[in-house]
Design a protein around this ligand. Structure first.
Ligand SMILES: Nc1nc2c(ncn2[C@@H]2O[C@H](COP(=O)(O)OP(=O)(O)OP(=O)(O)O)[C@@H](O)[C@H]2O)c(=O)[nH]1
Length: 657
């Protein structure tokens, strides 16, 4: 799905103007006039104050669902229905602002929109947070939920409950949020709302009478969703105190090249005003609030934010480290207890990232720094490689996350990067004083095979495990079970979801699923099975470092960590890939894969053959034999002393995914 940027900016400009008109009209009971339409946004912004929204008229909520169940479409309809954007056929996923989101048709970044709605004589301020559906972005979901009191749990009435519906339900449930179940896509011919209601009852004990039925695409049932949000999701009164000194939770941030970090906050206690001085609990640094506002969904300046309200501020914060998501801000000089943060992002997949050309290193560093401000779930460590130069080892929540980060670096910052094959973190228990001094702890976490300790000092190795939940039509169960077994999975649970669908849980090593498990699952189930996983910690496992040697010389960059039962197969695969990628030399090259010096796989790269007999017309056979013998001796010598040149491009081809 791709929309041109021109189109999206047109939609957003339109929506901005319309949002301003609506809010002003609702505030002052005016009708939209020609003069209002032509007013400058800044002038209108000055007149808008959130004072008239006491805590009991605020609803902070999120839409959570499995991927593609229609969250962004429902968000569009809510924005239209409340007048925040004009009703327009162009309004498609208005909150998906990033180019990568529009190109891939997925949400990767949670977005917020504040809208107002009149209901039973009172005007409500509804803060809607659109969240991503894909498993790799569940951190965005958990972060959004920290600012919410309730969620709309959206389920496709045709596809029914899927793996991420289950994961998202439990995320909201454990956060003690009110859950408003909504079935979407009831306009589809194959929609079976009654069966899906049964699934919700079986799995989550949701009363079928409480479930709303809508079509976000056709705009059916939207009003009921909005009024149910007002009636069934509590206001933030319980956790907010308007009379206490300021306490604000930072739950998202992004970088603006003119204003610095833009911080999205929930004001939990007190009031925040433009010009106030605030202090971060995390860094102890103080800042003057330069701009304060709400997202409608465009940034819109306002003079103050009150308890229970969601908005943004800018304070000339220039570094990602100073705008840490989960931080608490208080009034300068009036310290407070930090607010309870939320689940820390835990990178699951690590990969090296290097500039295409070393001269681009400073520019890439700046680009990564800015992008991590927008996506704080990425971890960064400096890394260097003899072949690829100076770079970074970045940690991501999953493979799609890594791909999207890479694409955003290119699209939003114009950076060209080399990304190496992803790996997962391992834990290695070591012994010996020298070893402990070197690694600094008894059980270091290894994110790069180069750091793997000498086998002599290893006591035990552990790898990260996940609990995978798969929902599938029963006809694909056999193929899915053999796929999971092939990936060293152990079945944990299996039960019927309804007459023809099964929910099955497998304990799997993360290493076995990071690269291509999802693709294989989709292919063996004709695209019907859905998968979600949660981290369940490290477990002891027999892990070894697989080294790659070229004519006996170890190439550090190509080493990988594998389960001992997989070493031979993986070694064979790498050797074959290398022999197809490396340029031929004048002598033969032996490509070997070895564990602790024992060779497990080998391929040979044949030498380039120079025709030494070309100039030898006719003549004696012994002369020819002599030339051939001399050539063979030369090659033998070269093999001993000749340097194998691995061009940077070949490395890039081998190392990149
Ligand atoms: N027929 C029908 N299609 C719908 C409806 N709601 C959404 N869709 C379609 O479903 C697809 C996915 O919708 P999105 O709104 O992007 O779904 P999403 O849940 O935000 O997706 P992610 O952000 O990637 O998780 C789009 O093609 C929509 O047009 C509906 O009520 N009926």
């Amino acid at each position: 799905m791709s929309y041109s940027l021109r189109l999206s900016s047109r939609v957003l400009q339109k929506s901005f103007r319309f949002a301003l008109q609506t809010c002003t009209c609702q505030q002052h009971g005016l009708h939209t006039s020609r003069t209002q339409k032509n007013k400058e946004p800044e002038q209108e912004g000055k007149g808008f104050d959130l004072k008239s929204f006491p805590v009991d008229s605020i609803r902070n909520f999120s839409i959570i669902a499995h991927v593609d169940h229609g969250k962004s479409t429902l968000a569009d309809r809510i924005l239209e229905f409340t007048g925040a954007i004009k009703k327009d056929a162009d309004n498609k996923q208005v909150l998906d602002k990033l180019q990568v989101e529009r190109e891939r048709g997925i949400t990767v970044k949670a977005q917020t929109a504040s809208v107002t709605y009149e209901y039973k004589g009172q005007t409500y301020l509804l803060n809607l947070i659109d969240t991503p559906g894909h498993v790799d972005f569940s951190y965005e979901v958990s972060r959004s939920l920290a600012a919410c009191d309730g969620v709309i749990l959206l389920v496709d009435a045709n596809e029914g409950v899927q793996a991420q519906t289950v994961a998202n339900f439990y995320l909201a449930f454990t956060n003690e949020l009110s859950i408003l179940p909504v079935l979407n896509k009831i306009d589809l011919k194959n929609a079976d709302p009654e069966a899906v209601k049964d699934q919700l009852l079986t799995l989550f004990e949701i009363d079928p009478d409480e479930v709303l039925m809508i079509s976000a695409k056709k705009g059916i049932g939207i009003e009921k969703v909005i009024t149910s949000v007002i009636e069934r999701i509590p206001c933030p009164a319980e956790k907010c105190n308007p009379d206490a000194p300021l306490r604000a939770l930072l739950f998202d941030s992004w970088f603006d090249k003119y204003k610095g970090a833009v911080c999205l906050i929930l004001v939990v206690d007190g009031t925040l005003r433009k010009g106030d001085f605030v202090t971060s609990v995390h860094t102890g640094k103080s800042y003057e609030i330069r701009d304060l506002g709400i997202l409608t969904p465009q940034e819109r300046s306002i003079p103050q934010l009150f308890a229970g309200q969601v908005g943004y501020f800018t304070a000339n914060i220039r570094s990602a480290k100073e705008a840490q998501v989960g931080d608490t801000f208080h009034q300068k000089g009036i310290p407070c207890e930090p607010l309870e943060g939320f689940r820390e992002a835990k990178p699951m997949v690590f990969a090296g990232m290097y500039p295409m050309d070393q001269s681009e290193h400073p520019a890439l560093r700046a680009a990564i720094d800015r992008l991590t401000l927008n996506d704080s779930s990425v971890s960064i460590n400096i890394e260097s490689s003899a072949a690829l130069g100076q770079g970074w080892r970045l940690g991501f929540l999953g493979l799609l996350h890594m791909d999207v980060f890479n694409q955003r670096l290119e699209q939003e910052h114009g950076a060209q990067v080399v990304v190496t094959t992803p790996s997962v973190p391992y834990k290695v228990r070591i012994h010996g004083e020298k070893a402990l001094r070197e690694y600094g702890e008894e059980e270091p976490t290894i994110t790069n095979p180069i750091q793997w300790p000498d086998p002599q000092i290893i006591v035990e190795t552990s790898e990260p495990m996940v609990m995978g939940t798969i929902i599938t039509p029963d006809s694909y169960l056999g193929a899915i079970i053999s796929l999971c077994q092939d990936r060293r999975g152990i079945q944990h649970n299996l039960r019927n979801l309804d007459q023809n669908r099964i929910i099955v849980q497998y304990k799997l090593p993360l290493n076995e699923i990071v690269v291509d498990f999802y693709d294989h699952l989709k292919s063996v189930s004709s695209g019907y099975a859905t998968f979600d996983y949660e981290d369940i910690g490290f477990e002891p496992s027999s892990l070894v470092k697989l080294d790659i040697l070229l004519n006996g010389i170890m190439i550090e960059e190509l080493s990988t960590i594998v389960h001992s039962s997989r070493a031979r197969t993986v070694g064979k695969r790498i050797c074959e890939k290398l022999s197809n990628t490396l340029p031929k030399h004048l002598f033969q090259i032996a490509v070997q894969a070895a564990v602790r010096g024992k060779v497990l796989a080998r391929t040979n790269i044949k030498p380039v053959r120079k025709d030494v007999l070309a100039k030898c017309y006719g003549g004696d056979i012994s002369r020819k034999m002599k030339l051939l013998k001399r050539q063979a001796e030369g090659k033998k010598r070269m093999k001993m002393y000749g340097n194998i040149e691995v061009p940077r491009e070949a490395f890039i081809n081998i190392l990149k995914r």
